[in-house]
Design a protein around this ligand. Structure first.
Ligand SMILES: Nc1ncnc2c1ncn2[C@@H]1O[C@H](COP(=O)(O)OP(=O)(O)OP(=O)(O)O)[C@@H](O)[C@H]1O
Length: 257
């Protein structure tokens, strides 16, 4: 079980969501979401498939617009931002996709350098190299710098995907199903990495998952989503003491130590 990060600043809310609603036609996906993410905090959003977790993440990064409610990210109301403002904000919000989507023809080092050069045309080769070294060290894969993605395991690719997100020094990390499709040992490594990123870079994170072990090991707080609403929020222990049917059913789906 994770020890709550002592560096969390409860006076600094980096993501604040109030009364958020989103429907697609008659499909009412988000039905009144409220959530605060504090500086330095890992918040896990736990829920079964199709409950609206990815829609929530897309709204936070401005890829989808809410029907109603407010979403503040780093003090900015995302609904009132121009495309240019949104692009700027997205630089502060690292989005780690389910599939790492690395460029197959580029080495690991080139994959990592790519977002840096794209976002800063005047960056020197030395600076790029330094940043690549820092993030590779952070994800424990310094030796892979000249390898191609095809030569890496699924877990290693996931790590490089996280490194590529980290290289822009985001204040917020959004992890979409970080342990999906990985074996149990690799899952432990990714959970540890998420906590290491939090410690080293003082990031705040939302971790979307239906993996209970991931929730237990990475979450300073847990929000359980059911049919577009949070039915329980709190520490892992607080949430899993509740006599909620969905929460009980999670126990039956997942075997956790
Ligand atoms: N752009 C879209 N247009 C129409 N419907 C959508 C769109 N995006 C998501 N949905 C619908 O919203 C619902 C929630 O989808 P979402 O991807 O958020 O689920 P999820 O909780 O992330 O599930 P999973 O764990 O399987 O990824 C689904 O019914 C989906 O079909």
């Amino acid at each position: 079980m994770k020890q709550r990060n002592p560096e969390i600043d409860m006076n600094d809310v980096v993501i604040s969501i109030r009364d958020l609603y989103k429907s697609f036609g008659s499909n009412h996906v988000l039905r009144g979401i409220n959530l605060d993410v504090h500086k330095g905090e890992n918040v896990v959003v736990l829920g079964r498939s199709g409950t609206g977790k990815s829609v929530l993440i897309k709204i936070i990064v401005g890829l989808l617009y809410p029907d109603s409610g407010t979403v503040n990210v780093l003090g900015k109301n995302i609904s009132s931002l121009t495309e240019a403002d949104l692009r700027e904000l997205r630089m502060q919000v690292g989005f780690s996709f389910q599939s790492a989507a690395l460029y197959d023809s580029m080495t690991v080092g080139e994959n990592l350098a790519f977002p840096l050069r794209r976002n800063n045309k005047h960056i020197s080769n030395d600076q790029v190299r330094r940043m690549v070294d820092i993030v590779l060290d952070a994800v424990g894969l310094s030796q892979a710098i000249n390898q191609l993605p095809a030569e890496l395991s699924g877990g290693q690719r996931k790590r490089i995907g996280i490194a590529r997100t980290l290289i822009l020094k985001p204040q917020i990390m959004l992890y979409d199903e970080p342990t999906a499709g990985l074996d149990p040992i690799t899952c432990i490594e990714i959970n540890n990495l998420i906590n290491e990123v939090q410690r080293r870079f003082n990031t705040s994170s939302i971790i979307i998952t239906h993996d209970l072990t991931c929730a237990k090991e990475t979450g300073d707080s847990i929000a359980v989503m059911q049919e577009g609403q949070f039915v329980a929020q709190g520490s892992f222990d607080e949430v899993f003491q509740k006599e909620n049917e969905l929460i009980q059913s999670f126990y039956q789906y997942n075997f956790i130590q």
